[in-house]
Design a protein around this ligand. Structure first.
Ligand code: HEM
Length: 282
Protein backbone atom coordinates (compact mmCIF):
# COMPACT_ATOMS: atom_id res chain seq x y z
CA UNK A 1 0.00 0.00 0.00
CA UNK A 2 1.26 3.47 -0.90
CA UNK A 3 1.55 5.89 1.96
CA UNK A 4 0.86 9.57 1.47
CA UNK A 5 3.83 11.92 2.02
CA UNK A 6 3.78 13.64 5.39
CA UNK A 7 3.59 17.41 5.23
CA UNK A 8 4.46 19.10 8.50
CA UNK A 9 2.56 22.29 8.99
CA UNK A 10 4.25 25.20 10.72
CA UNK A 11 2.00 24.42 13.68
CA UNK A 12 2.97 20.73 14.02
CA UNK A 13 6.72 21.18 13.41
CA UNK A 14 8.56 22.16 16.61
CA UNK A 15 10.54 25.38 16.34
CA UNK A 16 14.34 25.40 16.36
CA UNK A 17 16.68 28.36 16.56
CA UNK A 18 17.51 29.93 13.20
CA UNK A 19 21.20 30.21 14.03
CA UNK A 20 21.48 26.41 14.35
CA UNK A 21 21.89 26.45 18.12
CA UNK A 22 20.23 23.77 20.21
CA UNK A 23 18.76 26.00 22.85
CA UNK A 24 17.53 23.07 24.93
CA UNK A 25 21.07 21.66 25.14
CA UNK A 26 22.42 25.13 25.91
CA UNK A 27 19.88 25.92 28.62
CA UNK A 28 20.38 22.64 30.49
CA UNK A 29 24.15 22.65 29.76
CA UNK A 30 23.75 19.13 28.48
CA UNK A 31 27.06 18.98 26.65
CA UNK A 32 28.83 19.49 29.98
CA UNK A 33 26.40 17.35 32.00
CA UNK A 34 26.48 14.35 29.69
CA UNK A 35 30.29 14.31 29.69
CA UNK A 36 30.28 13.35 33.34
CA UNK A 37 29.09 9.74 33.28
CA UNK A 38 32.43 7.93 33.22
CA UNK A 39 32.43 4.56 34.98
CA UNK A 40 35.86 3.39 36.12
CA UNK A 41 35.30 -0.26 35.13
CA UNK A 42 33.47 -2.26 32.46
CA UNK A 43 31.16 -3.76 35.10
CA UNK A 44 27.61 -3.53 33.68
CA UNK A 45 26.04 -2.25 36.92
CA UNK A 46 28.51 0.58 37.53
CA UNK A 47 26.78 3.11 35.26
CA UNK A 48 23.51 2.83 37.20
CA UNK A 49 25.38 3.30 40.50
CA UNK A 50 27.22 6.36 39.15
CA UNK A 51 24.15 7.98 37.60
CA UNK A 52 21.99 7.39 40.69
CA UNK A 53 24.75 8.98 42.79
CA UNK A 54 24.89 12.02 40.49
CA UNK A 55 21.09 12.34 40.34
CA UNK A 56 20.91 12.20 44.13
CA UNK A 57 23.59 14.87 44.50
CA UNK A 58 21.53 17.10 42.18
CA UNK A 59 18.44 16.53 44.29
CA UNK A 60 20.45 17.21 47.48
CA UNK A 61 21.48 20.52 45.90
CA UNK A 62 17.89 21.34 45.03
CA UNK A 63 16.67 20.46 48.52
CA UNK A 64 19.35 22.57 50.12
CA UNK A 65 18.13 25.50 48.01
CA UNK A 66 14.49 24.89 49.04
CA UNK A 67 15.26 24.41 52.74
CA UNK A 68 17.48 27.47 52.96
CA UNK A 69 14.67 29.50 51.36
CA UNK A 70 12.14 27.94 53.72
CA UNK A 71 14.32 28.78 56.71
CA UNK A 72 14.67 32.41 55.57
CA UNK A 73 10.89 32.64 55.09
CA UNK A 74 10.24 31.25 58.59
CA UNK A 75 12.68 33.75 60.09
CA UNK A 76 10.86 36.51 58.17
CA UNK A 77 7.51 35.33 59.52
CA UNK A 78 6.36 34.50 55.97
CA UNK A 79 4.72 31.18 56.81
CA UNK A 80 2.89 30.85 53.49
CA UNK A 81 6.14 30.93 51.50
CA UNK A 82 7.81 28.61 53.98
CA UNK A 83 5.05 26.00 53.70
CA UNK A 84 4.90 26.24 49.90
CA UNK A 85 8.67 25.86 49.71
CA UNK A 86 8.75 22.87 52.04
CA UNK A 87 5.97 21.26 49.98
CA UNK A 88 7.94 21.78 46.76
CA UNK A 89 10.78 20.07 48.63
CA UNK A 90 8.48 17.11 49.42
CA UNK A 91 8.19 16.45 45.68
CA UNK A 92 11.98 16.48 45.37
CA UNK A 93 12.30 14.21 48.40
CA UNK A 94 9.85 11.70 46.89
CA UNK A 95 11.78 11.73 43.61
CA UNK A 96 15.01 11.27 45.56
CA UNK A 97 13.68 8.21 47.37
CA UNK A 98 12.22 6.91 44.09
CA UNK A 99 15.68 7.14 42.52
CA UNK A 100 16.75 4.11 44.60
CA UNK A 101 14.60 2.00 42.24
CA UNK A 102 17.39 2.04 39.64
CA UNK A 103 19.61 0.18 42.14
CA UNK A 104 16.99 -2.13 43.58
CA UNK A 105 18.28 -5.31 41.91
CA UNK A 106 22.00 -4.77 42.61
CA UNK A 107 23.53 -8.04 43.86
CA UNK A 108 26.73 -8.39 45.93
CA UNK A 109 28.50 -9.91 42.90
CA UNK A 110 27.46 -7.00 40.64
CA UNK A 111 28.50 -4.46 43.27
CA UNK A 112 31.83 -6.21 43.97
CA UNK A 113 32.64 -6.03 40.26
CA UNK A 114 33.27 -2.25 40.56
CA UNK A 115 33.45 -1.56 44.29
CA UNK A 116 37.26 -1.45 44.53
CA UNK A 117 37.40 1.16 41.77
CA UNK A 118 36.11 3.91 44.06
CA UNK A 119 38.42 3.15 46.99
CA UNK A 120 37.33 4.80 50.24
CA UNK A 121 34.81 7.11 48.54
CA UNK A 122 31.51 7.09 50.44
CA UNK A 123 28.35 9.16 50.73
CA UNK A 124 29.59 10.07 54.22
CA UNK A 125 31.84 12.57 52.42
CA UNK A 126 28.89 14.24 50.62
CA UNK A 127 28.93 17.96 51.41
CA UNK A 128 25.43 18.52 50.01
CA UNK A 129 23.97 15.70 52.09
CA UNK A 130 25.60 17.14 55.22
CA UNK A 131 24.03 20.54 54.50
CA UNK A 132 20.66 18.80 54.49
CA UNK A 133 21.28 17.00 57.76
CA UNK A 134 22.42 20.27 59.36
CA UNK A 135 19.35 22.10 58.05
CA UNK A 136 17.27 19.35 59.67
CA UNK A 137 19.14 19.95 62.93
CA UNK A 138 21.20 16.73 62.92
CA UNK A 139 24.60 18.05 63.95
CA UNK A 140 26.76 15.02 64.63
CA UNK A 141 30.20 15.79 66.10
CA UNK A 142 31.88 13.54 63.46
CA UNK A 143 30.29 15.38 60.56
CA UNK A 144 32.76 18.28 60.43
CA UNK A 145 35.77 16.07 61.22
CA UNK A 146 35.21 14.13 57.97
CA UNK A 147 36.17 17.31 56.07
CA UNK A 148 39.32 18.11 58.05
CA UNK A 149 41.56 17.74 54.98
CA UNK A 150 39.39 19.99 52.78
CA UNK A 151 39.24 23.23 54.80
CA UNK A 152 37.06 25.07 52.25
CA UNK A 153 34.33 22.41 52.50
CA UNK A 154 34.71 22.26 56.26
CA UNK A 155 34.36 26.06 56.57
CA UNK A 156 31.24 25.99 54.37
CA UNK A 157 29.70 23.28 56.52
CA UNK A 158 30.75 24.94 59.77
CA UNK A 159 28.82 28.04 58.69
CA UNK A 160 25.75 25.86 58.15
CA UNK A 161 26.28 24.15 61.54
CA UNK A 162 26.44 27.55 63.27
CA UNK A 163 23.22 28.74 61.62
CA UNK A 164 19.74 27.97 62.93
CA UNK A 165 18.14 24.79 61.58
CA UNK A 166 14.66 24.85 60.08
CA UNK A 167 13.37 23.94 63.51
CA UNK A 168 15.38 26.63 65.36
CA UNK A 169 13.78 29.10 62.95
CA UNK A 170 10.33 27.71 63.75
CA UNK A 171 10.91 28.15 67.50
CA UNK A 172 11.85 31.79 66.93
CA UNK A 173 8.66 32.22 64.95
CA UNK A 174 6.56 30.72 67.76
CA UNK A 175 8.19 33.16 70.15
CA UNK A 176 7.49 36.10 67.80
CA UNK A 177 3.83 34.99 67.62
CA UNK A 178 3.52 35.09 71.40
CA UNK A 179 4.08 31.47 72.39
CA UNK A 180 6.27 30.75 75.43
CA UNK A 181 9.69 29.64 74.21
CA UNK A 182 12.47 29.89 76.84
CA UNK A 183 15.24 32.29 75.88
CA UNK A 184 17.94 29.61 76.21
CA UNK A 185 16.29 27.78 73.31
CA UNK A 186 16.22 30.96 71.23
CA UNK A 187 19.86 31.84 71.85
CA UNK A 188 21.50 28.45 72.02
CA UNK A 189 24.77 27.37 70.39
CA UNK A 190 23.51 25.82 67.15
CA UNK A 191 26.55 23.61 66.71
CA UNK A 192 25.29 21.54 69.64
CA UNK A 193 22.66 18.99 68.71
CA UNK A 194 19.14 19.99 69.85
CA UNK A 195 17.59 17.01 71.62
CA UNK A 196 14.13 18.35 72.39
CA UNK A 197 12.53 20.31 75.22
CA UNK A 198 9.20 19.77 76.99
CA UNK A 199 8.57 23.52 77.10
CA UNK A 200 8.75 23.70 73.30
CA UNK A 201 6.44 20.68 73.07
CA UNK A 202 3.95 22.55 75.30
CA UNK A 203 4.16 25.56 72.98
CA UNK A 204 3.33 23.39 69.94
CA UNK A 205 0.47 21.84 71.92
CA UNK A 206 -0.88 25.35 72.47
CA UNK A 207 -0.51 26.09 68.73
CA UNK A 208 -2.57 23.04 67.79
CA UNK A 209 -5.20 23.80 70.44
CA UNK A 210 -5.59 27.37 69.20
CA UNK A 211 -5.85 26.27 65.58
CA UNK A 212 -8.39 28.91 64.60
CA UNK A 213 -5.96 31.74 65.25
CA UNK A 214 -2.77 30.00 64.19
CA UNK A 215 -3.78 27.60 61.43
CA UNK A 216 -0.74 28.67 59.40
CA UNK A 217 1.55 27.50 62.22
CA UNK A 218 -0.21 24.13 62.26
CA UNK A 219 0.42 23.89 58.49
CA UNK A 220 4.07 24.73 59.10
CA UNK A 221 4.46 22.08 61.81
CA UNK A 222 2.81 19.49 59.57
CA UNK A 223 5.02 20.46 56.61
CA UNK A 224 8.12 20.16 58.81
CA UNK A 225 6.95 16.76 60.03
CA UNK A 226 6.39 15.61 56.44
CA UNK A 227 9.91 16.76 55.59
CA UNK A 228 11.36 14.80 58.52
CA UNK A 229 9.40 11.68 57.64
CA UNK A 230 10.60 11.77 54.04
CA UNK A 231 14.22 12.03 55.12
CA UNK A 232 13.77 8.90 57.22
CA UNK A 233 12.22 7.12 54.23
CA UNK A 234 15.24 7.94 52.05
CA UNK A 235 17.54 6.55 54.74
CA UNK A 236 15.45 3.39 55.19
CA UNK A 237 15.60 2.72 51.45
CA UNK A 238 19.36 3.31 51.46
CA UNK A 239 19.77 0.80 54.27
CA UNK A 240 17.73 -1.82 52.39
CA UNK A 241 19.90 -1.33 49.28
CA UNK A 242 23.03 -1.63 51.44
CA UNK A 243 21.81 -4.90 53.01
CA UNK A 244 20.96 -6.25 49.59
CA UNK A 245 24.17 -5.18 47.81
CA UNK A 246 26.76 -5.86 50.51
CA UNK A 247 25.10 -7.50 53.52
CA UNK A 248 26.81 -6.73 56.81
CA UNK A 249 30.28 -6.06 55.37
CA UNK A 250 32.17 -2.88 56.43
CA UNK A 251 31.55 0.30 54.41
CA UNK A 252 34.07 1.93 52.07
CA UNK A 253 34.56 4.79 54.58
CA UNK A 254 35.59 2.22 57.19
CA UNK A 255 32.41 2.12 59.27
CA UNK A 256 30.72 -1.14 60.21
CA UNK A 257 28.44 -0.51 57.19
CA UNK A 258 24.77 -1.42 57.55
CA UNK A 259 25.04 -1.62 61.34
CA UNK A 260 26.43 1.93 61.47
CA UNK A 261 23.67 3.21 59.18
CA UNK A 262 21.01 1.37 61.17
CA UNK A 263 21.86 3.36 64.29
CA UNK A 264 20.89 6.63 62.56
CA UNK A 265 18.08 5.44 60.33
CA UNK A 266 15.21 6.23 62.65
CA UNK A 267 16.45 9.63 63.76
CA UNK A 268 13.51 11.81 64.79
CA UNK A 269 14.35 15.13 63.15
CA UNK A 270 12.58 18.00 64.96
CA UNK A 271 12.15 15.77 68.06
CA UNK A 272 9.51 17.97 69.74
CA UNK A 273 7.10 17.38 66.85
CA UNK A 274 7.37 13.64 67.50
CA UNK A 275 7.11 13.96 71.31
CA UNK A 276 4.01 16.08 70.76
CA UNK A 277 2.28 12.97 69.43
CA UNK A 278 2.69 11.15 72.75
CA UNK A 279 0.01 13.28 74.34
CA UNK A 280 -1.78 14.60 71.30
CA UNK A 281 -5.55 14.25 71.32
CA UNK A 282 -6.41 15.85 67.95
C1 HEM B 1 25.02 0.00 46.29
C2 HEM B 1 24.75 1.19 46.73
C3 HEM B 1 25.25 1.73 48.01
C4 HEM B 1 25.84 1.11 49.08
C5 HEM B 1 26.14 -0.38 49.22
C6 HEM B 1 26.12 2.13 50.08
C7 HEM B 1 26.74 1.88 51.28
C8 HEM B 1 26.95 2.81 52.26
C9 HEM B 1 27.59 2.55 53.52
C10 HEM B 1 28.10 1.20 53.98
C11 HEM B 1 27.63 3.70 54.21
C12 HEM B 1 28.23 3.90 55.62
C13 HEM B 1 29.54 4.68 55.56
C14 HEM B 1 30.69 3.90 54.97
O1 HEM B 1 31.42 3.22 55.71
O2 HEM B 1 30.89 3.98 53.74
C15 HEM B 1 26.99 4.72 53.39
C16 HEM B 1 26.78 6.02 53.75
C17 HEM B 1 26.16 6.95 52.96
N1 HEM B 1 25.73 6.77 51.67
FE1 HEM B 1 25.67 5.05 50.66
N2 HEM B 1 25.67 3.33 49.62
C18 HEM B 1 25.16 3.14 48.36
C19 HEM B 1 24.65 4.10 47.52
C20 HEM B 1 24.56 5.42 47.84
C21 HEM B 1 24.11 6.43 46.94
C22 HEM B 1 23.68 6.23 45.48
C23 HEM B 1 24.12 7.60 47.63
C24 HEM B 1 23.71 8.93 47.07
C25 HEM B 1 24.50 9.96 47.08
C26 HEM B 1 24.58 7.31 48.97
C27 HEM B 1 24.72 8.23 49.98
C28 HEM B 1 25.21 7.95 51.24
C29 HEM B 1 25.26 8.92 52.30
C30 HEM B 1 24.78 10.36 52.22
C31 HEM B 1 25.86 8.30 53.39
C32 HEM B 1 26.10 8.92 54.76
C33 HEM B 1 24.89 8.67 55.65
C34 HEM B 1 25.01 9.32 57.02
O3 HEM B 1 25.95 10.06 57.29
O4 HEM B 1 24.11 9.04 57.84
N3 HEM B 1 24.83 5.98 49.05
N4 HEM B 1 26.60 4.14 52.20
Amino acid sequence: MKTAPVHLSAESCPRVAENGANEYEDYAELRALLQLQNPRTDAPAELSFLIVTQVMELYFTLLRHEWERARAAILDGDVRTAVRTLRRGHGAQDALTGAWEALRTLTPAEFDAFRESFGIASGVQSVQYRHLEFLLGARHPHALAVHERTPDRQAELRAQAEAPSLYDAALRLLHARGFAIPSELLHRDHVIQYVGDDRAVAAWQAVYESEAGHADLVDLADALFDTAERQVRWKQRHLLIVWRAMGDKPGSAGTSGAQWLERGVHRKYFPDLWTLRDGFAA
